[in-house]
Design a protein around this ligand. Structure first.
Ligand code: G
Ligand code: G
Ligand code: NA
Ligand code: MN
Length: 254
C-alpha cells in the first residue's frame, strides 16, 4: 500500500496518538504547559515520526482532517486532565501552513473549543515563521480572527524563516519559540549565542514571551537564564511522552 493510502487508513482506524512534551519556566522550573506532538502507531511499521508523514499529509490535503483530529484530541485531553484536578495551564498545538491557510480555520478552532469545553486561554496555537510570512497582509487578518477567540498564538521555529520586523510588531502574537538549531551548539558557537540573545532581546522589547526549544544541557539553560529567557523545552526537562507517562511523572514526581 502506498504511504498516502496507509496514512488515510491509519487516520480512519485511529492509529494516531498524541505525545506531550513539558514547557518549563526557567526561573522556577515549573510546568507552564505541554506541547502536543503527533505520532502514528502503524500496526506493521511501529511508531512513525511526524517528519515521515506530515509533509505528505500537507501535499495531499490529509493534513486537514488530521489537523482537526490533533486539535480536538489535544483540547479534549487537557480538559479531561483539568477536570481530574491536574491543572496544567496550557496545551500548545502545531498548526501546519495548509491548515493556517484554510479560510475557516478560526471557525474550526472555535468549534473545537466549544465541543471540548476547553477555555480558550488554555490553548496555544504554534505557527511557523515561514507560514506566517508567506502572505503577511492576509496573515494579519487571520491572526486577528484567531486572537479574537481568546486563544494564545506562538511563532514556532523562530529565526529559521525571514521575518519582517515591521509585521512582527503588528501581529497579535504572544510568544516566540527560538528554533532548536540555535540552541544545539550553545555554549561553543558564539554566533548562535549572539542570535539567541538577540531573539530574546527582541521578544522582550516587543513584550512577547520567549521560549527556547531543544534545551538539552545545564550550560544551555544557564546561558538562557542569564539572557532573561522565560521558558524552555527540551530533553533536559523531559522528552515527549504518552499521556499516561506524562501524568505518572507529574503525579509521582519522577
Ligand atoms: O516530535 P518531533 O519529531 O516530534 O516532531 C517533528 C516535526 O513534526 C516538528 O516540526 C513538529 O512541529 C511537527 N509536528 C508534530 N506534531 C505535529 C502536529 O500535530 N501538526 C503539525 N502540523 N506538525 C506537527
Ligand atoms: O518543530 P517543532 O518545534 O514543533 O518540533 C519540536 C521537535 O523538537 C519535536 O520533534 C520534538 O521531539 C523535538 N525536540 C524536543 N526537545 C528536543 C531536544 O531537547 N532536542 C532535540 N534535538 N529535539 C527536541
Ligand atoms: Na512546535
Ligand atoms: Mn519548533
Amino acid at each position: 500500500l502506498a504511504l498516502e493510502a496507509k496514512l488515510r487508513r491509519g487516520l480512519e482506524r485511529e492509529e494516531m496518538v498524541l505525545h506531550f512534551q513539558p514547557l518549563i519556566g526557567i526561573g522556577d522550573r515549573k510546568l507552564v504547559g505541554v506541547e502536543a506532538l503527533l505520532r502514528w502507531q502503524d500496526p506493521t511499521d511501529g511508531l512513525v515520526p511526524p517528519d515521515r508523514f506530515i509533509p505528505l499529509a500537507e501535499e495531499t490535503g490529509l493534513i486537514v482532517p488530521l489537523g482537526d483530529w490533533v486539535l480536538t484530541t489535544a483540547c479534549r485531553q487537557l480538559k479531561a486532565w483539568r477536570d481530574d484536578g491536574i491543572m496544567i495551564d496550557m496545551m500548545a498545538v502545531n498548526l501546519s501552513p495548509r491548515q493556517f491557510q484554510l479560510p475557516d480555520i478560526a471557525e474550526r478552532i472555535r468549534d473545537v473549543l466549544a465541543e471540548t469545553g476547553l477555555p480558550p486561554h488554555c490553548l496555544e496555537i504554534e505557527i511557523t515563521e515561514s507560514a506566517l510570512m508567506e502572505q503577511a497582509e492576509a496573515t494579519l487578518t487571520k491572526l486577528a480572527a484567531l486572537k479574537a477567540l481568546g486563544i494564545r498564538l506562538a511563532i514556532d521555529d523562530f529565526g529559521t524563516g525571514y521575518s519582517s520586523l515591521a509585521y512582527l510588531k503588528r501581529f497579535p502574537i504572544d510568544k516566540l519559540k527560538v528554533d532548536k538549531s540555535f540552541i544545539a551548539d550553545i555554549p561553543s558557537n558564539l554566533a548562535d549565542m549572539e542570535i539567541t540573545a538577540a531573539i530574546i532581546g527582541l521578544a522582550q522589547n516587543l513584550n512577547l514571551e520567549v521560549l527556547a526549544e531543544g534545551v538539552e544541557t545545564t550550560a544551555q539553560l544557564d546561558f538562557l537564564r542569564g539572557k532573561g529567557c522565560d521558558t524552555a523545552q527540551g530533553y533536559l526537562f523531559a522528552r515527549p511522552s504518552s499521556a499516561e507517562d506524562l501524568i505518572r511523572t507529574l503525579v509521582e514526581g519522577r
